[in-house]
Design a protein around this ligand. Structure first.
Ligand code: HAM
Length: 428
């Protein structure tokens, strides 16, 4: 047997899996709610390719970041280096530039839903192919109202999905004015402690010292907690931006924790960085990550533009869903039609077609099974109702609709049948 590639997942109809993160009904819910909530805030969808020129991510994400080192990169037949996208912000900014969206006045608000690829060590909540939903706000303004409104939108999204028990962590990581001096100071402080730090800290000290702050190794923690934070070294404009952003969150009643050591794993960030963590997730507990990236457009050869956005892992969002937000039968048919005899079979096919045209999800037995076997299938599909068509039903035009869970039966005309089922139909 050929099995799936390590670190990838099949997302299955609910009845084929107990693993909540691999149930398609939950994925649909997370995606549908995103489309709906983001639409309310004026976002529209963009779809970019899954492969891009490697150079885009080298310039955008940075060559010394974990994300870059985890990329799936290969030479195409003509020798061009291409990569499976490890994230979508660089792709969206590329599309923003390539299609001249920057020529339009005002903000461009885009969202995306799709797979990303990183060759990480797989574990719970961490995959080599994973789904992301993200948004990017691009334009000429860096008003912190953009940040505050995007976070308000996330708050609304979490409410919509009834996910509680999350924490919003925010930080400012400064900009080209104040960060270089901070990095110098940070390097000095790390250097003094270097013999006590882990191998990965030692390496990051050389290549990307900010990321030392992000080390999770237990024995490093006492030393890391002594390192200077950027907060005290922010330049005046960065400080003012951060203060205003926080004030705007306060005005909205959105709770947050300032996390001075929060640095993100991608090079393009400036000023505001944030994450939302979930309490039920274990080691991989960051659900959402995002921030401002005012220089990214120029980094990849575009005009000057400002940007802010976030992305969350769909698997992690799905794992955070409480059972109360999902109908376990969301991807099951509403009705199963079984029949007795040839006339009834023809009648059933036609009836099923009319029901479907009226918007009802109806499955009819196509295998010509005996009634008992057909009903067992209905059970297995977790159909909410079953209906048996025989001679009497054809003659009278009345059907007996059976609730599969309670066994209750209702006698209904076709018109009433449609009305009843439409009412009960779960629309995905
Ligand atoms: P990121 O922090 O690399 O940011 O990823 C965002 C989220 O994607 C993470 O918080 C996590 O939920 C999910 N994620 C990342 N890697 C994996 C993985 N291997 N398996 C499962 N889930 C994963 C970005 O990608 C930025 N582009 C976010 C952004 C948008 N910043 C500004 N705009």
């Amino acid at each position: 047997m050929i099995s799936k590639v390590r670190g990838t997942q099949d997302i299955l109809p609910s009845r084929f899996t107990d693993k909540t993160d691999a149930q398609i009904g939950r994925w649909h819910l997370v995606e549908r709610a995103a489309r709906e909530v983001f639409r309310r805030y004026g976002f529209t969808e963009i779809r970019t390719p899954i492969i891009e020129r490697t150079e885009l991510f080298e310039r955008g994400v940075g060559t010394e970041t974990d994300v870059n080192k985890e990329m799936y990169t290969f030479a195409d037949r003509d020798g061009e280096r291409v990569s499976l996208r490890p994230e979508s912000t660089a792709s969206v900014v590329r599309a923003y530039i390539e299609h001249g969206m920057f020529n339009q006045p005002g903000l461009t608000k885009l969202y995306y839903i799709g797979p990303q690829f990183r060759r990480e060590r797989p574990q719970k909540g961490r995959y080599r192919q994973f789904g992301q939903i993200g948004v990017e706000v691009l334009g000429q303004s860096d008003n912190p109202a953009i940040e505050a409104e995007v976070i308000e939108m996330l708050d609304s999204y979490f409410r919509e999905l009834r996910i509680i028990d999350t924490e919003l962590l925010i930080n400012s990581i400064g900009d080209g004015n104040c960060r270089p001096a901070y990095i110098e100071r940070l390097k000095e402080a790390i250097k003094e402690r270097l013999p006590n730090l882990c191998g990965s800290c030692k390496q990051r000290y050389e290549t990307n010292p900010l990321r030392v702050l992000d080390c999770k190794v237990e024995s490093c923690q006492p030393y890391l907690s002594e390192l200077p934070t950027i907060t005290e070294m922010l330049c005046e404009p960065c400080r003012a931006h951060f203060d205003e952003f926080r004030q705007m969150l306060d005005d909205r009643g959105i709770k947050y924790t300032v996390a001075p050591r929060l640095v993100r794993g991608l090079d393009y960030y400036t000023r505001t960085a944030f994450e939302i963590t979930g309490k039920q997730l274990g080691a991989q507990n960051t659900i959402v990550g995002g921030g401002r990236y005012d220089g990214l457009s120029e980094m990849i050869g575009g005009p000057s533009a400002k940007g802010f956005g976030f992305a969350f892992g769909i698997e992690r969002m799905v794992m955070s869903l409480p059972d109360s937000s999902i109908d376990p039968r969301a991807d099951a048919p509403t009705l199963f039609i079984a029949y007795i005899g040839d006339d009834a079979r023809k009648h059933s096919f036609a009836l099923a077609r009319r029901l479907r045209e009226s918007g009802v999800s109806a499955v009819v037995d196509l295998e010509g099974r005996k009634l008992k076997k057909a009903l067992a299938i209905a059970n297995n599909l977790a159909a909410r109702y079953a209906l048996i068509v025989g001679e009497d039903e054809i003659k009278s035009g009345n059907y007996s609709l059976r609730d599969m869970a309670s066994g209750e039966q209702q006698n209904l005309s076709e018109q009433h049948l449609i009305a009843t089922l439409r009412d009960k139909d779960v629309v995905l």
